[in-house]
Design a protein around this ligand. Structure first.
Ligand SMILES: Nc1ncnc2c1ncn2[C@@H]1O[C@H](COP(=O)(O)OP(=O)(O)OP(=O)(O)O)[C@@H](O)[C@H]1O
Ligand SMILES: [Mg+2]
Length: 266
């Protein structure tokens, strides 16, 4: 069976995309799902976040150009059942290079990923997108089945969401092969002590309804510290609030996927 592909995207910077990609991927892997983390960001924060050294030229870019096989770029991580395709600065070239190449420039990742999905036995692929609605993010939209949008619990959380939703709708309509569906909106950096955080969650729930994950990711210092040790938070501090939040999120993601699979079958 082919793996489930989830893109984690929001064009807004610093909302918790990478933190969510790394820690959700690690939590899914820890419960026995063979997970591939695909770092599609030139900043490559997800790569260093799982303890893999950034090596110049060692990233998905040559495979996206059709020069190498994506499967050959998969690296092991120190963590159980978690593999990685590193990100790197080369990915900056995508906006200029992809449209120049023959074929659909928005389907380059989908085409490169297809053999990985059919030939390797991953259960889940998590794609960490860059903070833009660039050609890389659009490639992730076309390659993925599910979209997870992290929103930071701040006053301007909903600002910009209409932009990502518009692009999401446009790409679903224009790309025949696009099967993307919104899996959910994840509230990050929640601070239960502030009225602002609670108000923002209430506003987002009013806007997105049941699409908002019940799990709230707390603002937690361990989550901010863990990347500098190259560890997902669960391997940095097993008993921290961040660890338990991302474990609960992993269970919620799996149960949402199960429900949706049943619905599609009927
Ligand atoms: N729940 C949290 N609690 C505390 N700090 C957090 C939390 N989530 C993320 N951070 C910190 O906030 C910063 C931004 O997070 P992160 O890198 O995950 O966001 P991003 O959306 O991937 O950013 P970019 O848009 O630059 O890719 C980082 O320093 C990270 O450690
Ligand atoms: Mg990031």
């Amino acid at each position: 069976m082919s793996a489930i592909v989830i893109a984690i995207a929001n064009q807004k910077g610093g909302v918790g995309k990478t933190t969510t990609s790394v820690n959700l991927a690690a939590a899914l892997a820890a419960i026995g799902k063979k997970t591939l983390l695909l770092d599609l960001d030139p900043q490559a924060n997800a790569t260093s976040g799982v303890g893999v050294e950034k090596v110049e030229g060692k990233n998905s870019y040559p495979a996206l150009l059709g020069e190498e096989k994506l499967a050959d770029l998969i690296v092991e991580t120190p963590w159980k059942d978690l593999w990685l395709i590193p990100g790197g600065l080369d990915l900056c070239g995508a906006d200029i290079e992809f449209p120049r190449l023959p074929g659909n420039h928005l389907a380059r990742l989908k085409d490169a990923l297809e053999p990985v999905l059919t030939q390797r036995d991953f259960d889940i692929v998590v794609i960490d997108c860059p903070p833009s609605l660039s050609v890389l993010t659009l490639n992730a939209f076309v390659a993925a089945r599910w979209l997870l949008i992290p929103l930071q619990c701040e006053y301007y959380a909903l600002e910009g969401v209409s932009m990502i939703m518009r692009i999401y709708n446009q790409i679903c309509e224009s790309e025949e092969s696009c099967k993307l569906e919104l899996l959910g909106v994840l509230m990050t950096m929640f601070d239960g002590r502030t009225r602002l955080s609670q108000q923002v969650v209430a506003d987002v729930r009013e806007y997105f309804g049941e699409k908002v994950f019940e799990t709230l990711i707390p603002r937690a210092v361990r989550l901010a510290e863990a990347p500098s040790f190259g560890k997902p938070v669960m391997y940095y501090d097993a008993y921290s609030a961040g660890t338990s939040a991302y474990s609960v999120l992993a269970e919620e993601v799996l149960s949402k996927l199960k429900i949706k699979k049943c619905k599609t079958r009927n």
